[in-house]
Write a protein of this length. Structure first.
Length: 321
């Protein structure tokens, strides 16, 4: 009989006991079904008992499984209590959404429904480059954005969960000729100068994605300029400069501007939920569950056949699905 059991194995046992279904239990734990089955077999081997009866139609607890389940639950409850005591049970989870009214906001709203006892506090800053540094400094808990745009040394300290391949769009100022189109072919932007956050140290990952998209297409990125802070200032600067803005299809409505999807190809902005490795918080659990639930319902991780995405982004998104 082992002197120590890994809590992960006990969590696998409890999840399968709750669901009586390996696929649902694996989804609940955000692991592959094969990994879950491997953990259950290891736990059975270490305990020297069979915990489940598995058939092609159903999964049931054995007598030993029924006997040991309450003990496993008590151990897990004690561990959760220890983690909450260390982190502060009442500590809110600080989540940067970048901009109100977008995909991340929907995920946060659903997470609040899933965990009404948790305080999930929104922040509306700008860019994953900035947010990642804040997460690692302990001033922020989670954020959303393009994970592939971060430095490898920063990526190594963070965890991510792919959320959505967001179709990109262009925000056109009032009177721009392309507003006559319902959808804008990418080559129709040739000769245009498009704002994509150049010079903003908080959004380096977004500007890099724009450079990759525009390369060889005759589309220029607007030169660095002071960052407009707040919606009203953004609207004022856009009206003054008449510069199109690279965005995503869920970008909030702007008076005096028209949002048009980009096609031929459909460029995709890879959105991930990002947090510090090792972070344990019930609010984070709710965020992850919310993101997975909405992604499945909305088909957010179904890549369009005509979609454009850098290979590096595709690799990181698919490896973590």
């Amino acid at each position: 009989m082992p002197q120590d059991l890994e809590p992960r194995l006990l969590r696998a046992f409890a999840a399968v006991a709750d669901e009586l279904h390996f696929t649902r239990a694996a989804a609940r734990l955000y692991v592959a079904q094969q990994a879950l089955s491997r953990d259950i077999r290891r736990l059975e081997r270490e305990l020297g008992v069979e915990l489940f009866v598995r058939t092609t139609r159903q999964v049931t607890l054995t007598a030993d499984g029924e006997r040991l389940l309450p003990y496993a639950r008590r151990v897990l409850a004690a561990q959760d209590e220890l983690v909450r005591a260390a982190a502060g049970d009442e500590r809110p989870l600080l989540v940067d959404l970048n901009t109100a009214g977008m995909t991340s906001g929907r995920i946060l709203a659903r997470a609040r429904e899933l965990a009404p006892e948790c305080e999930l506090m929104a922040r509306f800053e700008s860019g994953l480059t900035w947010a990642a540094a804040e997460i690692l400094a302990g001033r922020l808990d989670a954020s959303f954005g393009r994970f592939a745009g971060l430095e490898p040394a920063v990526q190594a300290l963070l965890s991510q969960q792919p959320v959505r391949f967001e179709p990109m769009a262009v925000l056109l100022p009032h009177g721009h000729p392309l507003t006559e189109l319902d959808r804008v072919p990418l080559n129709a932007l040739a000769g245009e100068t498009v704002y994509a956050g150049a010079g903003n140290s908080r959004t380096l990952e977004w500007t890099e994605l724009a450079r990759l998209l525009f390369a060889g297409r005759g589309i220029s990125i607007a030169p660095p300029a002071p960052v407009a802070i707040g919606r009203e200032e953004f609207e004022r600067i856009m009206a003054k400069t008449s510069t199109p803005v690279l965005a995503v299809i869920d970008f909030p409505d702007m008076p005096g501007a028209a949002l048009r999807p980009i096609i031929d190809p459909v460029p995709l902005s890879p959105l991930s939920l990002v947090w510090r490795k090792g972070l344990r918080h019930p609010g984070l659990d709710a965020l992850r569950r919310s993101a997975a639930e909405l992604a499945a319902q909305e088909g957010w991780l179904d890549r369009p056949s005509a979609g454009w995405l850098p290979e590096r982004d595709m690799s990181l998104m698919c490896d973590n699905k």
